[in-house]
Design a binder for this molecule. Structure first.
Ligand code: AGP
Length: 611
């Protein structure tokens, strides 16, 4: 949460930082601010979106070639001008932007207040900048020394970038728990929460690690740890194109990303699946195959949409690999002292690779000897680096706050893992293995077919846009799809929606059903088909409105439902890859019909880097 950008070089800093913040706005959009170092440090910050900063004084913008910027997802203190970053220390020496949470800020603040410090905001960040100032002032330290001392006393997660009065040619950044990338240019350097603000200028990047300090000049980068030992920077080449982070003619990133799925799924399969020759290569699994085949248990740890992918993986891996799987919310797992045996395999699923709860849950499991396998989209992210092995989902950058193409790419990787493990364990027959490989290869085209029906899904969306509540029901592999459909609708349209296993509906939610309640059934042809037909009857008998996602050749449910959305026939294990698409389009079109900002829904942020 929160996005930060900084620039030091010879170009005008303001447009680079402003554009970078717009690219990072998905991380939070409660307020935004920029500080530029011209003849003095000038700061401009406001409640609201980054676009509000475009009104800044031309003269300042013209000159400065050094600056820091921030787009905020509020944690401590409501969205307001005063709580917006950057924050300046009491003596005006230090100006700082921060992403993360300082957990012991209250006690630090108390200390500082007793010393006479005055606070203009409610933020933990203003405490931090003054805490650094206090240490610097009292010990006659350089900024770097003061930061090292201060950060050793700070509890929590942070990326900070600090500007110091009198040092216009230098920025100092530090990281623990929140992401930070340095863009290495020619006579210029960039800092950002992810590579999207940097990609336009350079493809050479350095990922800063926890407990590291980066001291940036326009011609030099010095990396040190908190113990003041120099670290040799590891410069990597970014595998990302600018077009991937632009809307490319679509009204919203969310729609672009839904439409991207035939391509993103093809990318996910590329170099891994050769269905003609019956070859499935998944390097991360191949290299550690005995760990999987001998595993007594697999624990999947994730949050939100990624957790839903985990639920589907549980069904897949248990069915094909016959290994018991547990799926855990990372936020619960990290705190509840779980039993982990050496030899347990933990699969972490994360689009961003930066979700704080998932990251800490993995750290705990790793300490206890578990093998960590990351299914991650963002290359080079913290979770990817923490994992012993992994498989990237290759969905490309996902900018819309609501996850769409990242989810289907996660499912694709997890399906490949289940098939691979089943084959190696011999719990999956050779003929079934071959059949699955053929099915996998057909998925991108089937997803394309569903997307081609977007106009008819739009009509259904407009019909139900004024609903107050929604129920999403599914069974088997489609039960987590119902959960995901409900989550997506809540996020994008602010309509209350609940997902349930269709049979469980009788144990409570059925009380909600009347002629005003739309009930969406994910009811593609599978082993549960007849059961779900009965569940639909139960809703119809109570006058509920039935929307059904059905297989193309379905006639029975079609005759019962008020509205249907059709998907091609797919093996039930892979069905979620196509049955989720109508739920994504439905949420999108309802959000648009209600005039909402579907790319940046209220209160949310794409990357949840606070617990
Ligand atoms: C999805 O639409 C969400 N916005 C959210 O639930 C997300 O999936 C969750 O925060 C986990 O993120 P991650 O995959 O980046 O770890």
């Amino acid at each position: 949460m929160c996005g930060i950008v900084a620039y030091i070089g010879s170009q005008k800093a303001y447009p680079i930082i402003l554009k970078g913040l717009k690219r990072l706005e998905y991380r939070g959009y409660d307020s935004a601010g920029i500080a530029l170092y011209d003849d003095a440090v000038q700061c401009f910050k406001r409640k609201g979106r980054v676009a509000e900063l475009a009104a800044w004084d031309e003269k300042i913008i013209e000159k400065a070639t050094v600056g820091i910027g921030h787009t905020r997802w509020a944690t401590h203190g409501e969205p307001s001008d005063a709580n917006a970053h950057p924050h300046t220390s009491n003596n005006g020496q230090l100006t700082l932007v921060h992403n993360g949470i300082i957990e012991n800020y209250a006690s630090l603040k108390q200390e500082l207040v007793q010393k006479g410090y005055v606070f203009k905001s409610e933020t933990d960040t203003e405490v931090l900048v003054n805490f650094i100032e206090d240490i610097q002032k009292n010990n006659d330290y350089t900024l770097e020394e003061a930061m090292r001392v201060a950060l050793k006393r700070v509890v929590g997660a942070y990326v900070i970038i600090v500007m110091e009065k009198g040092f216009p040619e230098r920025l100092i950044a530090a990281r623990k728990g929140s992401p930070l990338v340095i863009g290495v240019g020619d006579g210029e350097h960039f800092l950002a929460s992810d590579a999207s603000p940097i990609i336009e200028y350079t493809k050479k990047v350095i990922y800063v690690n926890d407990y590291e300090l980066a001291i940036l000049f326009k011609d030099e980068i010095i990396l040190k740890n908190l113990g003041n030992e120099a670290i040799t920077p590891y410069v990597q080449q970014l595998d990302m194109e600018l077009a991937q982070i632009e809307k490319g003619g679509f009204d919203h990133f969310m729609l672009k990303e839904i439409f991207d799925q035939p391509a993103s799924l093809t990318d996910c399969l590329r170099g891994r699946l050769d269905s003609e020759n019956q070859i499935l290569t998944l390097a991360g699994i191949d290299q550690h195959i005995s760990i999987f085949t001998e595993a007594k248990r697999i624990i999947i740890v994730a949050c939100g949409t990624s957790w839903h992918a985990g639920l589907i993986a549980e069904y897949m891996i248990e069915a094909l690999g016959r290994i018991p799987v547990e799926v855990e919310y990372a936020s619960e797992f990290r705190y509840r002292n779980p039993v982990i045996h050496p030899g347990d395999v933990i699969i972490a699923i994360s689009q961003s690779g930066e979700t704080a709860d998932t990251l800490v849950a993995l750290e705990r499991a790793k300490e206890q000897g578990a093998f960590i396998f990351g299914v991650v989209n963002a290359v080079g992210s913290s979770i990817a680096r923490l994992s012993h092995a992994g498989a990237y989902t290759h969905a490309g950058p996902e900018i819309g706050v609501a996850s769409t193409k990242a989810f289907t790419a996660q499912l694709m990787v997890l399906a490949m893992m289940a098939i691979k493990i089943g084959k190696e364990k011999k719990t999956l027959s050779a003929s079934e293995y071959q059949r699955y490989l053929v099915e996998l290869a057909l998925i991108p085209a089937k997803v394309k077919t569903v997307i081609a029906s977007h106009e008819s899904i739009k009509k259904v969306a407009i019909h139900y846009a004024s609903a107050r509540d929604f129920l999403f029901l599914g069974r088997g592999y489609n039960f987590p799809v119902a959960l995901e459909g409900a989550l997506k609708l809540k996020e994008i349209s602010y309509i209350h929606a609940e997902g349930y296993p269709a049979a469980e509906m009788k144990h409570g939610p059925i009380a909600l059903v009347d002629e005003h309640l739309p009930v969406l059934f994910v009811a593609t042809k599978d082993a549960y088909y007849e059961k779900i037909v009965s569940n639909i009857q139960e809703i119809k008998a109570r006058k509920g409105k039935v929307i059904a996602i059905v297989s193309a050749d379905d006639t029975l449910i079609r005759s019962m439902a008020d509205h249907v959305m059709e998907v091609p026939e797919v093996d039930e294990l892979l069905a979620p890859l196509v049955s989720v698409i109508p739920t994504q389009l439905l949420s999108y079109y309802i959000g648009v019909a209600l005039g909402l900002d579907v790319d940046k829904p209220r209160n949310l942020a794409k990357s949840v880097t606070v617990e």
